[in-house]
Design a binder for this molecule. Structure first.
Ligand code: PLP
Length: 286
């Protein structure tokens, strides 16, 4: 029997930690890729134990297993963009650098996450220094939040002026492009600097505030848009709109922080299924 040829999928790769509560890490990335019509594949850098109330432990993947996974996934030859999130340690960061070196034309988004919002370290100190000194300059764009931008640059980053200064400093330090995210400021502003142009994107500050996995989702949304061939500035604008709506539609899955609603575009408030028995046909009149 003749089958029509398979349509090639737009494949996006997440290199990130596993959050079993699904709000951050590779599960958030996979949902975000799916919402952007990308087929998601993942290389897990660490298992974390966490629920909506916080991270209780971190268990890094053996760097050799991570490397083998990356080589295997990339050998299929279809990956169009990569998002890099939690790395856990220096050995994993080195494996990622080798992968980027072997695939220099692959668009890559680096979310330089080193600590959870609830205070657990997600990257050791040597890993953080390695990321700053050896990964920053090898990706298409790096997406620090205020705390990450401050830790990477040594600057105080507390407002829009500080964000602009940090973005410029990160480019001086070797980054090709930077988005400093300021979702927690009064106005949810993001600053994009690509070494030439500095753009500020002001978004709505939507409630709720106590969201989990926002950085993961933003970076994987940018990666999805790059995978589809969009320009960086367009990818950032679209990712910001996506995250804003995913926060607006966030849901409570536990008593702690709220995961974003990554699949909000696929939900049209379906009516509950009526399981009551069908109404009886009226008896025919005698
Ligand atoms: N867990 C994993 C696996 C993550 O990748 C991240 C963030 O990148 C977090 C937890 C922390 O997310 P948040 O700071 O929103 O709690």
């Amino acid at each position: 029997m003749n089958h029509p040829p398979n349509t090639p999928a737009t494949v996006a790769l997440a290199i990130a930690g596993f959050d079993p509560s699904g709000g951050a890490g590779v599960l958030a990335d996979m949902k975000t890729f799916a919402a952007h019509n990308c087929y998601g594949v993942a290389a897990v850098t660490a298992l974390t134990v966490q629920n909506t109330q916080g991270v209780s432990s971190v268990h890094p993947t053996d760097a050799r297993v991570l490397k083998e996974t990356l080589v295997s996934l990339l050998a299929d030859g279809r990956i169009k963009a990569v998002k890099i999130g939690m790395l856990a340690n220096r050995e994993n960061a080195e494996a990622v650098r080798e992968t980027l070196e072997a695939n220099p034309s692959l668009p890559a988004v680096l979310d330089p996450v080193f600590r959870s919002a609830t205070g657990m370290d997600l990257l050791d100190r040597p890993g953080f220094e390695y990321l700053r000194d050896h990964l920053l300059g090898r990706v298409t764009v790096v997406t620090p939040n205020l705390a990450e931008a401050a830790a990477l640059t040594g600057l105080k980053v507390e407002n829009q002026e500080g964000m602009k200064a940090a973005a410029k400093k990160l480019v001086e330090m070797g980054a090709r492009a930077v988005v400093v995210t300021g979702g927690h400021l009064d106005k949810a502003v993001d600053v994009l600097f690509d070494g030439q142009e500095l753009e500020c994107f002001v978004g709505e500050h939507v409630k709720p505030d106590n969201t989990h996995g926002t950085g993961c989702t933003f970076s994987s949304a940018i990666a999805s848009n790059l995978a589809h061939g969009r320009q960086l500035s367009d990818a950032v604008v679209l990712a910001k709109a996506f995250v804003t709506e995913a926060i607006r539609k966030a849901y409570a899955v536990g008593p702690g922080r709220l995961p974003l609603n990554h699949l909000h575009r696929m939900q049209h408030n379906p009516r509950p299924i009526d399981l009551s028995p069908p109404a009886q046909e009226p008896e025919p009149a005698p």
